[in-house]
Write a protein that binds this ligand. Structure first.
Ligand SMILES: NC(=O)c1ccc[n+]([C@@H]2O[C@H](COP(=O)([O-])OP(=O)(O)OC[C@H]3O[C@@H](n4cnc5c(N)ncnc54)[C@H](O)[C@@H]3O)[C@@H](O)[C@H]2O)c1
Length: 328
């Protein structure tokens, strides 16, 4: 199939493009390299357009290429960073999604898959939230991503396009930019350990997060075009395994095999939520074969990569899919 992946050079996008190519699909990846928490990667086996998803010229080139399926991942993808430039956050996540939806409608695409976020729910003290839980975002990011969801729903309502909105929970794995300290809870704490510095924790140690290893997320995303759904689905994409921040840090320190790592407490960041924990019942029902990597195994894979990483300010040449350049 001919598949467009927006944000295909980003953290999750790079894994998705790789997986789709392995499955013999033809992939067009579009990215403007304005991502934040990832080492950008362009897959040499994909067709690549460097540009903005709301640029008419870019949209025209995509139209010419005629994708049959769209995975829309391009986003301002951080909660904390949505406060740095709220207008940009809203334009990318809201208007950008609207533009891509319109294009998909014009092209009469078969499937539209949107990566939304747990942030649309906001913090919830219920033990496990499901997809019917009320929408009550804590952050600007949660609001703009929900606007994206609404554009997807409304645009494809009276069309034959099947849509899936996945609400992703915290996803971690090699390829995150360990120099960036504003996105990715696991990568932020790992960054301090990698640099042999005390771990700065902004917010409580009792916050709770479900954690997903990146390959598990991509496994679900890439299978999503083959599952039998009626018309439109909203699915929480999560391992369903909750960890406190305290436990996340303990596991990281244990996996690092380093000693005497200190923890420093800092102030909460804007838009941060206390608890994100879900029921993944619907996901398991639709993807019964899915298995989740344990956090310990995920960390082991992460450290296999980190242990080869030089501590350098520019990690551009060190994406896990690139051959390692140990001399730099
Ligand atoms: N990583 C997570 O834990 C997580 C959790 C929930 C939801 N998500 C969602 O999953 C998707 C992928 O997340 P990620 O972690 O890979 O983020 P990322 O920031 O690494 O990737 C997003 C990519 O989109 C690109 N992009 C941004 N604006 C663009 C624009 N206007 N035009 C073209 N490209 C643009 C960026 O350059 C970047 O490469 C996002 O939609 C994000 O909101 C991620």
């Amino acid at each position: 199939m001919r598949i467009l992946v927006t944000g295909g050079a980003g953290f999750i996008g790079a894994y998705l493009v790789k997986d789709l190519i392995k499955k013999k699909h033809k992939v067009l990846s579009v990215d403007n390299f304005c991502g934040i928490g990832a080492i950008p990667y362009i897959n040499p086996k994909s067709k690549f357009i460097r540009g903005d998803i709301s640029d008419q010229k870019v949209l025209k080139s995509i139209k010419k290429w005629k994708p049959e399926v769209i995975y829309h991942l391009a986003a301002q993808s951080g909660g904390e960073t949505s406060y740095d430039d709220p207008k940009k956050d809203y334009l990318i996540n809201g208007f950008g999604t609207y533009q891509i939806c319109q294009l998909g409608k014009e092209l009469k695409i078969k499937n539209f898959i949107y990566t939304s976020t747990t942030a649309v729910y906001g913090s919830n003290s219920k033990k496990k939230i499901d997809e019917d839980e009320k929408i009550n975002p804590d952050s600007l990011y949660g609001i703009s991503k929900f606007a994206g969801e609404m554009f997807v729903k409304q645009t494809f309502k009276k069309t034959k396009t099947k849509t899936i909105i996945f609400r992703l929970f915290n996803t971690y794995g090699p390829g995150e930019n360990l120099n960036f300290l504003k996105k990715g809870m696991v990568s932020i704490y790992l960054s301090y350990v990698w640099k042999n510095r005390p771990i700065l924790v902004k917010g409580g140690l009792d916050r709770i997060r479900d954690l997903n290893y990146v390959e598990d997320v991509v496994n679900v995303l890439s299978k999503a075009i083959n599952i039998d759904i009626k018309k439109t689905e909203i699915i929480n994409l999560s391992s369903g395994k909750a960890y406190t921040v305290k436990r996340i840090i303990e596991e990281i320190i244990m996996a690092s095999k380093k000693k005497n790592i200190k923890i420093i407490k800092g102030n909460k960041t804007p838009g941060d939520s206390k608890i994100f924990h879900t029921s993944n019942k619907k996901l398991i029902k639709l993807f019964p074969e899915i298995r989740f990597t344990s956090f310990r195994d995920g960390l082991k894979k992460y450290f296999d990569w980190i242990n080869k990483l030089p501590v350098t300010k520019n990690l551009d040449n060190h994406h896990p899919f690139k051959k390692f350049k140990m001399k730099y």
